[in-house]
Design a protein around this ligand. Sequence first.
Ligand code: AMP
Length: 192
Amino acid sequence: MINIVLFGPPGSGKGTQAHNLIEKFNLKQISTGDLFRYNMKNDTDLGKLAKSYIDKGELVPDQVTTDMLVDEVKKPTDAAGFIFDGYPRTANQTAELERIVKEVLNSEISVCLSLVVDDEILVERLLKRGETSGRTDDSNEEIIRNRIKEYYTKTAEVAELYKQQGKYVKINGVGEIDEISQKLFAVVEKIK
Ligand code: AMP
């Protein structure tokens, strides 16, 4: 299996690049942000809980996020592996993902692909996306800046953990979408 952690701050292009990677390598994408938005749209209990954090630009607590992820990983699939998009976002989630991939899939994380984008470009991109995304957390600069702050205080350390395992690969996330995809493809081809 190829199991990719697609990593980077909000607005770094994870969703867009996940889309290109799943097509190229027949992978299944699991986006915790998308799963929360699905639950919010359907007004489930999980959706209501998640909304109270997401609307402030804060991370949803680890336990509920991980439980939701496990349910998704357990669903049968004929994909060649997974792309984890937006998970893990804390050191605790990183350890949980390692355990889940081992226990449920009898596999391991192959690589952490990290998209690097300057903060001011992120803010610009997210405000622009907010014009059409309908996402409440894209709609205002204060919330966007809080999401970036959460990234530095709670999520950035995830990169360190994958660095220690020798699984961390950094890619410049600024440029043409296809050009960035080609760079990601080249890394995955090498580890396949
Ligand atoms: P995203 O679509 O990945 O930008 O996620 C949108 C929001 O969902 C984030 O700002 C968090 O509030 C929440 N979220 C998504 N994934 C996670 C996660 N792994 N842990 C905690 N909160 C998350």
